[in-house]
Design a binder for this molecule. Sequence first.
Ligand code: SRM
Ligand code: SF4
Length: 567
Amino acid sequence: MSSSAPPSGVERLKQGSQGLRGDLARELAAPGREVSEDAYNLLKFHGTYEQHDRDTATARKQRGEEKDFSFMVRVRMPGGVLTAAQYLALDGLADTYGNATLRITTREGVQFHGVIKQDLRATIAAINHALLTTQSACGDVVRNVTATPAPRRDAVHARLRADAAMLSATLLPASRAYHELFLDEQAQAELGAAPEPEPLFGPTYLPRKFKIGIAAPSDNTIDVLTNDLGVIALFEGEHLLGYNLALGGGLGMTHNKPATYPRLATPLVFVGPDDLRRGAEAVIALQRDFGNRADRRRARLKYLLDDRGAEWAKTALEGYFGAPLAPARAMPPLEVPEILGWHAQGDGKFWLGIPVPSGRIADRPGVRLRSALREIVVRFGCDPVMTGQQDVLLSNLAPGDRGPVEALLRAHGVALAEDLTPLARWALACPALPTCGLALAEAERVRAPMLAAIEAELARFGLAEERISLRITGCPNGCARTYGGDIGIVGRMPGHYALYVGGDFAGTRLSFKLHDKVAEADLASTLAPLFAAFAAGRGEGEGFGDFCTRLGAEELRALPASRRDAA
Ligand code: SRM
Ligand code: SF4
């Protein structure tokens, strides 16, 4: 261990949990909708978080009632890939056990909100019945492995999808706790057996969540460098040369705690086509043995990399890998292609990328997106892929499906990509209130008005068609990868946000804080002078984030407010 400080309470809990079992069996069967803190922490490893409705919490407290507790359930689905049947199963569960919505996550997963404790086992069992899982979707383990989502039928994309599935399946805990608790497997204890040894993770699993993403340079829609382990697959044509392993990405930070910060992963070593799993296991072992187990705020791999240095990490990694490792190879620049709209898959079929604001698949007055998607999947048998941009790609559509599919979407009031500005197409927002216990301000629920206000300012300066990424989160944890885009809006306190600019569209540079505590109503007008200066003084091919970085925070802050009217 890197620290001589005593292990955190969560470390002690994991150590004594009998392979993530703790007292969960009894707590899940007990009456009431709340669980203990220990159960709350252990349930994460099984893919579920206890939450409460923050909208009603104060009024309930005043009435002397307990909070309205329920659970968020997160499905682990590598590369975001689902079959039509799996999608329909999840869609059905949203009504049976959830709050009638499905939420596409920024890691290509699907979440249910509003599941009560008494329905947890049935919900998770039904997800497994659809040949999906929630195991290790959260907790101090390897989370859902993301991959370039575009369903192109070529060797490059087939390999990326297969690699994500392989890593996801092989980097799971050995413990059968999940199967005992949710899938009726006979308990090890009843058989008189000790908890299973954990050859990869050890008895205390990892110090913190561990994220892996895999992309080819030509498609970085997953923001590969924000992962603890970003895998960049290098091809010559369709021939796989091997993988650059980039270590130490992660975005979470705490306001006013400079010891915590977002970081992009550092490409460190190159491994051959057959060594991806071995390479990934070496990185996991490094973090397992040296990651900070005393302070959970500094427990991600990114801090280990910065505290001990990249050279140290490479040498240590070689020890686990069992052979010298070549340095990361030079690679082509990362790019972010358009994946919404209609695209040929390369096998005679097409995919349609449909924008899903904030990833929320719901039926709302005037926009019946959930019904539309269900009907399309039933009628056309297409297989959905969830993207890290919180959108859905409907794959395997026949050329003749285009007219009827579009007509069906329009009849349900669903906007297509071509109806939206680039800003709207690429905007992300995390759930925040009312479900997220960590939210300091709204995100998903203010996405539409924020977007409209910023779009109006862009239009005033002739920038309506400019490709700019906007990411909104209710707190500094960065769940919508707030510091990775051109503009980041980060919840500070109710109704107020920190404003970040200067990231780039390709996900290779982090943004910087321009202003703290901007009132929600002032965000667009605070950006206006920047848009004006950008429109007037951008360089050839320069993106908005690049422009902001070139000018720097001081110059941007000094831009006269009168520039707002310069267009
Ligand atoms: Fe996240 C915690 C939602 C992607 C960094 N995240 C949470 C929790 C579980 C709140 C909590 O701990 O009580 C949120 C649940 C809200 C709710 O009501 O559903 C939550 N995170 C999400 C999702 C649903 C946001 C979304 O808009 O889709 C994403 C689920 C992905 C998935 O399917 O697994 C989600 N979270 C991310 C990402 C983006 C990514 O991985 O590409 C990040 C930034 C990258 C990173 O990990 O650094 C992210 N979430 C965090 C953090 C900060 C971690 C840190 O190192 O400091 C927390 C808080 C924590 O872990 O203590 C957090
Ligand atoms: Fe919650 Fe913060 Fe993540 Fe948004 S960024 S979901 S508010 S933890």
